[in-house]
Design a protein around this ligand. Structure first.
Ligand SMILES: [Zn+2]
Length: 557
């Protein structure tokens, strides 16, 4: 009897709970427009930090503010083991892969510059003679994404919304603005430097600059950064870096040592005018200033159609190249970038509202510590001269195969062969590729060698071979690819560079934050090509047409 009453009460409670939850369901917004305001961000902001190694998040963490990198890490999702899945790790392939969700194998951006075997000359990834400069008369404006073969997540957003989404790309570097913005963008703006110091564009996007861009260029804000660059904190507190004065850094022209302070006004005369600002933290501040103006003047994130602001901070790369991974200059640049990012997030809060926008932050590649510094600490490292390699190979070709001109070009760690000579002298391509590979694998400081024949006929699934294959475009790439030993670079003895398959170049930050993003972190391996599919999933739009990455499931709510 008692049991029956308990059962009855239990069923009654369950029924009323079910009807309550049904009631709640009915109260949910039902039209697709209402749903989209709940689920989709009003704005996506993609932030690429040029040459940012993963460990810059941890190495400088103590003195980051609560509102920049730390805000993204604390309130967002941190993919701590995110890597490039291809070589070469350069700016153009990096930006292209972030936004296309695939590697150079498909998107075709195999370097910043590469030897174009069809035009028999070295070409620049974004150069385009069919467009005219806007906001300048110089060739700096003759740029477009024409050589990018697959669509970007930004392209797919434009296609999905019948062009109603606003997509704007901004960077100091042309390629840092153009490749992320994609083919269907409303605008891409980059920094001219020189005497003018303006943000410019090309007729690929527009016939004249909008008034707000002209106003920004005329505002004198750029000139205001031509001041002294000194450290943000007392220099003796920069304990995450080496000493300011050392032999591994390159001073700007007109200065004896690469030491603080830097009087930019005076130094600008010998260092390309406003171009000098590119290699200081102020280059990033200028990009943040300009991005905030774009946000306001283009009314981004103000309606129900998701917009996309693609920002790339390039000055970190210039500073890294000049002063190196271990320099006080680099540490100071990151402490200041953190504050610029905090400022950008504040502007997004004010205009779009916290919780209404989504941010991701990553890098186009990492960087190696200066090899001479590594050697001074006992680490295996060194310098490689590709001209010496070319000379050696030509001598061998002349002796063994009777014609040194078989080797047409050495570019981005790849040998390009002259197919006409091979054909007329009836030499087998595969034979010559393997002959050169056998020579090179025994050459000092070369670690691994891959032939076109192997890359086209074998599926590499792991290891360096997979990275080489993902970076190898069947039509555009060369015929033999060589990989240098860890810590070995083709570069000057001062500063740092990048481009390799080693983890110092492939391991980069990946942070997601805001609308639709879970709070958390993972140490599972993720890849740079997963970013675009993750954002596509968040927005419910098509993946970029060549995408080979996958959505990072734990990131999404
Ligand atoms: Zn670089």
């Amino acid at each position: 009897m008692k049991m029956r009453i308990v059962l009855f009460l239990l069923v009654a409670v369950m029924v009323s709970c079910a009807s309550l939850s049904r009631k709640r369901d009915y109260q949910q917004p039902t039209t697709s427009q209402q749903l989209s305001t709940v689920e989709k961000p009003k704005l996506v902001v993609g932030i690429v930090v040029d040459q940012m190694r993963y460990d810059y998040l941890t190495r400088f963490n103590d003195r980051y503010t609560d509102d920049g990198f730390k805000r993204l890490m604390r309130d967002g999702f941190n993919c701590k083991n995110n890597h490039y899945n291809f070589v070469p790790t350069y700016t153009a392939p990096g930006h292209a892969s972030i936004y296309t969700g695939t590697s150079p194998m498909n998107n075709g951006i195999i370097g910043n510059n590469w030897y174009d075997k069809f035009e028999s000359k070295s070409i620049y990834n974004a150069s385009d003679d069919s467009v005219d400069p806007v906001g300048t008369t110089s060739d700096d404006g003759k740029m477009s994404p024409r050589r990018l073969l697959t669509t970007t997540v930004t392209d797919e957003l434009e296609l999905h919304t019948q062009g109603r989404a606003k997509v704007v790309g901004i960077s100091i570097k042309d390629r840092g603005a153009i490749l992320p913005a994609g083919h269907a963008a409303d605008a891409a703006y980059w920094f001219e430097g020189g005497d003018a110091g303006n943000f410019i564009s090309s007729t690929f996007y527009m016939n004249q600059l909008p008034q707000w861009v002209n106003d920004f260029n005329a505002s004198g804000v750029l000139a205001s950064y031509m001041k002294e660059w000194n450290t943000l904190f007392p220099i003796n507190t920069y304990t995450a870096s080496g000493s300011d004065l050392n032999e591994f850094e390159k001073p700007p022209k007109g200065k004896e040592t690469a030491t603080f302070p830097y009087e930019l006004q005076r130094l600008s005369k010998k260092n390309g005018g406003y171009s000098l600002l590119k290699g200081t933290p102020y280059g990033n501040s200028i990009v943040a200033d300009f991005a905030i103006q774009a946000l306001k003047n283009e009314n981004m994130g103000m309606d129900e159609i998701t917009d996309f602001l693609a920002v790339s901070f390039s000055s970190t790369d210039y500073v890294g190249h000049q002063y190196g991974v271990n320099s006080v200059e680099l540490e100071d640049t990151y402490l200041r970038l953190d504050r610029d990012i905090a400022r950008l997030l504040k502007a997004l809060d004010d205009q779009v509202g916290a919780g209404n926008y989504t941010v991701f932050l990553t890098a186009d590649h990492g960087a190696v510590n200066n090899p001479a510094y590594l050697q001074s600490r006992g680490v295996n490292a060194g310098y490689f001269n590709s001209r010496d390699l070319e000379k050696f190979l030509k001598e061998q070709l002349a002796t063994d195969l009777g014609n040194e001109a078989i080797l047409k070009e050495v570019s981005n760690g790849q040998l390009f062969l002259d197919y006409e000579i091979l054909k007329s002298s009836r030499m087998e391509q595969n034979y010559v590729q393997q002959y050169l590979a056998d020579l090179m694998v025994n050459y000092p400081q070369i670690d691994k060698v891959y032939t076109r024949n192997a890359l086209m006929n074998t599926q590499f699934t792991t290891g360096t071979g997979a990275l080489v294959q993902n970076g190898f475009h069947h039509k555009r790439s060369g015929d033999v690819v060589y990989i240098l030993e860890p810590g070995v670079i083709s570069y000057s003895r001062t500063g740092s560079t990048h481009g390799s398959s080693q983890s110092y170049d492939t391991h980069v930050p990946l942070l997601f934050y805001g609308a639709g993003i879970q709070n958390g972190s993972t140490a599972d391996r993720t890849h740079i090509i997963d970013i675009a599919p993750t954002i596509s999933s968040l927005l419910g739009i098509s993946f970029p047409n060549g995408a080979t990455g996958n959505p990072i499931v734990p990131v999404l709510k």
